[in-house]
Design a protein around this ligand. Structure first.
Ligand SMILES: Nc1nc2c([nH]c(=O)n2[C@H]2C[C@H](O)[C@@H](COP(=O)(O)OP(=O)(O)OP(=O)(O)O)O2)c(=O)[nH]1
Length: 138
């Protein structure tokens, strides 16, 4: 039988004062996705998130800056025959600083309610974050 692989990731929903959401696109990636990445065996989801945000965006946070929202499992973006299990966290305050991408990040974008339909978004984003954001229940 063809058993699908599952990748476990920690992801952040980060907003600014305009209630835009921060999304990133990796080099060679087709989809914009929530920032974050794979959880290593030695760390909690929250610790992985802090590490990944530092590596990808050079942002420094404490674990208490985030509230855990939910786990959501769906089809992985950019990977064949793979599922992704996202541990999704919300940043407790709006981000006010300018953000740039580092390491494997090609593009960083503030997604607005006016422009989100113009971008190809990872399944996890469209299934989990988008409906909550649009209905203002984040
Ligand atoms: N960051 C992020 N990754 C996602 C989302 N949806 C989704 O399927 N993925 C997939 C894409 C990648 O296969 C995987 C995350 O891997 P990654 O490459 O960001 O993680 P990493 O930096 O720890 O990985 P590595 O390449 O160093 O091994 O999860 C999402 O919304 N955000």
């Amino acid at each position: 039988m063809n058993k699908k692989k599952t990748i476990t990731v920690a992801l952040a929903i980060i907003t600014n004062d305009q209630n835009d959401i921060l999304v990133v696109r990796k080099k060679d990636g087709l989809y914009f996705a929530l920032p974050g990445g794979k959880i290593e065996a030695t760390e909690t989801a929250n610790e992985a998130l802090i590490r990944e945000l530092n590596e990808e965006l050079n942002l420094s946070f404490n674990t208490t800056d985030f509230t855990f929202l939910a786990n959501h499992t769906t089809k992985a973006a950019n990977e064949v025959n793979t599922m992704v299990e996202g541990h999704i966290f919300l940043l407790n305050k709006n981000l006010t600083q300018t953000v740039s991408g580092y390491a494997e990040i090609e593009e960083v974008l503030w997604l607005s309610k006016a422009n989100h339909m113009n971008y190809r978004l990872a399944h996890l984003f469209t299934e989990f974050a988008l409906p909550k954001w649009l209905s203002e229940t984040l």
